[in-house]
Design a protein around this ligand. Sequence first.
Ligand code: NAP
Length: 279
Amino acid sequence: MTLKPKLYGLVGFPIRHSLSPCMHNAAFSALKIKSRYKLFELKSNQLKSFIGNLAKSNLGGFNVTYPYKEIILDYLHSKNAGVKEIGAANTVLVDKFGRLKGFNTDYLGFARHLRKLKVKPKRVAVIGSGGAAKAVCFALAKMKVAQLCIYDIDKFKALSLFKRLNAEFGQTKFDVATRIEELEIQDKDLLINATPIGMQENDPCLINEGMLHKGLFVYDLIYNPSETKLIILAKKCGLAHANGLGMLLYQGAIAFEKFTGKKAPVEIMQEALLKGAKL
Ligand code: NAP
């Protein structure tokens, strides 16, 4: 009896424009694996029945994105250490009984991208304290950065992330800013935008030129558009910068390895992403 190739996918809402299928499907083709990766755009009232039907399905695993990275924890039968620490999962393996094991490859992907960029930050300012910011802050804390200051429009959310980080990591000095100016970007060597501000054409730039200085690396987690107003400003000021495509690539590559047990063809996945991002 030949086994049907496993199916994989992305669970979230809205995800119509996701680049994950092109990246994973290019990797399956390159390794001659007959699996496919597809989108499962689910409304919140559809998530429970989707999970309930997994044992009968052919799904080997899935990635999770906004808004389900935290809700998914309620459905996991086991979590690896990263998921427990961060409190969010973005990669799930499904066993033959429909039991779910959760991983967080976002923070690993971000850390891997920084290593590739040869960015070794000491003092970091992070804008945002949602799901993506959590992964980024845990990665930075694990790297033992000296200082990490968080600003979010919702100060209670920023404070709650600050408290968790402060309780877990002793080697980093954490701060919360209640205004963007309090991030004290002039003393930082890495600035990260982990908010969705910049995705829409009419979005403002949260930073002005006067806040930037020589030697600052600007990292915008947004990859669509590839150049946000923040990235355009960083370029104008001659600063080193990156968008979030690298984080997307590496979290996907690590997820692919968990799905298949095979080394991810990273260059092929990157090519597929770059091609997809241009469409
Ligand atoms: P999220 O959970 O909604 O978090 C965004 C946070 O930013 C929220 O706490 C939000 O506060 C806050 N915020 C909104 N406007 C702000 C402002 N003007 N100033 C300060 N804070 C503000 O979203 P997410 O899942 O973390 O995603 C954030 C961004 O990262 C998105 O653009 C997403 O596409 C990107 N991302 C990229 C990758 C990658 O691989 N490159 C991975 C994950 C996410 P409120 O909730 O009060 O609005």
